[in-house]
Design a protein around this ligand. Structure first.
Ligand SMILES: [Zn+2]
Length: 270
């Protein structure tokens, strides 16, 4: 008996319940028929044109993407708009799309926890607790080391990107307590658990929030900031998620896309 998209969505719901997503999020099924057969599933952080090409060439009938394609409302899926083009390619190619976003972040094997474990962090809890357990971001400890060495460790653990690893802080300052939020975590800059840590690791930090945080840190705990590629921070989670789905669905082929969907392609170092 063939496996259907309904079977896979049920397995995904058991691993990453949709009730665990943030109220602004749009996880879940984006395109596809629940009665469609599924034999191959491709995991990716973002559903981009290149990722769809990989999925269709491999013969995948389902992409599980971390980021929701339709997070914000659209008024057209005309194919001269990229979201319309992507939706059309998926439907014509017989490939469904599901997003596992903050419902995948929240669980104890989520994006932040996965990166933290790669950094040999001892996790003591989330930054922001969720009523279903787990939560957004993690706090914990690492063996005492210099901030610069911790940044190097991160660079060694995550996939290479053009933007590399940026640090706001003194290279030789000591790091023991860490707050970490894989993905865009600037909304947590004011959180007490972040401000109490020796360093906060996240992505997509801008000038003013970073500058203001560091100026305040000068008067408080001196918390440093480490800014890493959003894609790289979350890509590590795909292997963990794919393995979890394999365990409950050994009857389908599951692959993780190696395509970098980091939009930055190169950097000129001064
Ligand atoms: Zn993200």
């Amino acid at each position: 008996m063939s496996i259907t998209l309904a079977d896979i969505t049920a397995s995904i719901e058991s691993l990453w319940p949709i009730a665990g997503q943030e109220d602004w999020d749009a996880s879940g099924l984006v395109t596809g028929s629940l009665t469609a057969p599924v034999t191959k599933v491709l995991f990716a952080v973002d559903v981009t044109d290149d990722v769809i090409t990989e999925a269709l060439e491999w013969g995948a009938e389902l992409i599980v993407a971390h980021h929701p394609l339709l997070l914000r409302g659209v008024t057209t899926i005309s194919e001269d708009r990229y979201k319309g083009d992507i939706v059309a390619r998926l439907i014509r190619g017989g490939c469904s799309l599901i997003s596992v976003h903050t419902n995948g972040d929240r669980v104890e094997t989520g994006t932040s926890a996965t990166l933290a474990r790669e950094l040999s962090m001892t996790i003591t809890g989330p930054i922001v607790s969720h009523e279903l357990g787990g939560g957004i971001g993690v706090v914990g400890t690492v063996s005492s080391q210099r901030l610069g060495d911790f940044a190097r460790l991160i660079a060694d653990v995550i996939p290479n990107t053009a933007s590399g690893v940026r640090v706001a802080g003194d290279f030789a300052s000591t790091v023991t307590t860490v707050a970490l939020c894989a993905g865009a975590g600037d909304s947590l800059l004011g959180h007490p658990a972040v401000r109490a840590a020796d360093v906060y690791v996240t992505s997509d930090l801008r000038h003013h929030p970073t500058s203001e945080f560091r100026e305040q840190a000068r008067l408080d705990n001196g918390t440093a900031l480490i800014d890493i590629s959003h894609w790289a921070a979350e890509w590590l989670w795909l292997d963990v998620a794919a393995e979890q789905l394999r365990e409950v669905r050994p009857d389908v082929e599951i692959r993780v896309s190696d395509i970098s969907t980091d939009p930055w392609t190169f950097q000129v170092v001064q």
